[in-house]
Write a protein that binds this ligand. Sequence first.
Ligand SMILES: [Zn+2]
Ligand SMILES: [Zn+2]
Length: 115
Amino acid sequence: MSDTPGVKPSHTPVSIRKQGNTGLKISWDDGHVSAYRFRFLRQNCPCAACVEEWTGRRLLDPETVPLDLVCTKVEPTGNYALSCTFSDYHNTGIYHFEHLRAICPCESCNGNRLE
Ligand SMILES: [Zn+2]
Ligand SMILES: [Zn+2]
C-alpha cells in the first residue's frame, strides 16, 4: 500500500460501473452522477502520447478514435485515479478523479463550464 502524495481529491467516486459496451458511469460522493462514453474517455486520454506534457496540446486526433471503441478493463490506481485499457490496446492513460469530474459531459457540468 502506498500513500498518495499531495492533496486529497475534492471529488471521490462512491461507485464506478461499466455500462455494457457503451461507457462508464460514476456516482460521486456529492451525489452527482457522470456518464462517459468509452470513446469520449479515449479522446480525453491524458497520457503523454495523447497530450503534450508541457503545453497541454492535444496530440491525438479525436476523429481517429474508432466509433466502436470500448474499454476492456477499468482499474483503480491508488485512491485518486482510474486506469483504463481500451480495445485499441491503449492503456497508458491515468484518469485522475479531478480530471474525470472536470470533463463530466452532463448538461449541468457543461452549463457550469460555459459560465
Ligand atoms: Zn493516451
Ligand atoms: Zn456532471
